[in-house]
Design a protein around this ligand. Structure first.
Ligand SMILES: Nc1ncnc2c1ncn2[C@@H]1O[C@H](COP(=O)(O)OP(=O)(O)OP(=O)(O)O)[C@@H](O)[C@H]1O
Ligand SMILES: [Mg+2]
Length: 254
């Protein structure tokens, strides 16, 4: 409970998302609204000039494992696709890929196979009809993920995909564990960094931000996943400003 008194009713956004971690028509209203706000913020953070060729590619990562990168990346893609934009999700976690499990698709052919020249791009793209978007799963686990993601082949592939899709969202492994996210990011317009309340420490976050600064990668935004928010907050459960329910009104006895 920490900051809250015993009487304060608390709602954890985490429990709502746990029930329906990947957005669907039955997802909680507040969770959907959170992702809409996130969508707006990301769109504002993206450079909108013709001179910026990487304006539509967004990398999602975090400092350490299990902070919600894949969940937030997929849900953001779903929310962007709801606007009618053409969206592609790419699973660039070539070490512990997850998209095939989250979407229940056959992930045998994917990004690594396209980059390695083992299959054609159209063989790796899977339509996620329920959400009106496309996805490229990771494919076979390669021996050299970081080198593959840093290669000119990856840059060329993203260039080709940018001509087809409005937004390309890329899920990656954690920054402080392997360099894969840093390897693919120069071909993007920036990174969205996920932190998880109660899990991410200041030290690991600082280290991740230092790596991004060193690699000259733009941070489009930082998402605080699993925030515990008071239901009595002023302005509803999305507000961080606590609003005390208890008014004290003293009156003098006549
Ligand atoms: N806000 C949330 N509330 C509750 N559970 C969550 C939330 N976000 C993610 N999770 C759960 O936490 C676990 C890890 O999430 P996810 O796979 O998205 O993290 P990740 O950062 O991609 O992990 P990895 O580093 O292993 O790739 C999953 O079981 C997911 O459903
Ligand atoms: Mg992941």
């Amino acid at each position: 409970m920490g900051l809250f008194s015993k009487k304060t009713k608390t709602v954890t956004v985490s429990s709502e998302i746990t029930k329906s971690r990947i957005l669907n028509k039955d997802s909680d209203f507040f969770v959907q609204e959170i992702y809409k706000t996130l969508r707006t913020n990301i769109m504002f953070a993206l450079p909108h000039t013709d001179e910026n060729p990487a304006g539509k590619v967004i990398v999602f990562s975090s400092a350490i494992p299990g902070e919600g990168k894949t969940t937030v990346c997929i849900n953001t893609a779903i929310t962007i696709a709801q606007t009618g934009a053409k969206v592609l999700l790419i699973d660039a976690d070539l070490r512990i890929p997850k998209f095939h499990k989250y979407f229940g698709i056959n992930g045998k052919k994917g990004l690594s196979d396209v980059l390695g020249g083992f299959c054609k791009l159209n063989e790796a793209v899977v339509a996620i009809k329920e959400h009106g978007m496309d996805c490229i799963p990771a494919g076979q686990i390669p021996p050299n993920p970081a080198e593959l993601l840093a290669s000119q082949t990856t840059v060329s592939l993203l260039e080709e995909l940018k001509g087809i899709y409005d937004y390309i969202l890329i899920d990656t492994p954690p920054i402080t564990v392997v360099t894969d996210a840093l390897a693919i990011s120069p071909a993007s317009s920036g990174m969205v960094l996920i932190v998880r309340e109660g899990k991410t420490t200041h030290t690991v976050l600082k280290n991740a931000l230092k790596s991004l600064e060193f690699a000259n990668i733009k941070v489009l935004g930082i998402i605080n996943n699993s925030v515990i928010i008071s239901e009595t907050s002023y302005g509803g459960p999305l507000s961080k400003y606590n609003y005390s329910k208890t008014y004290r009104y003293d009156y003098k006895k006549q």
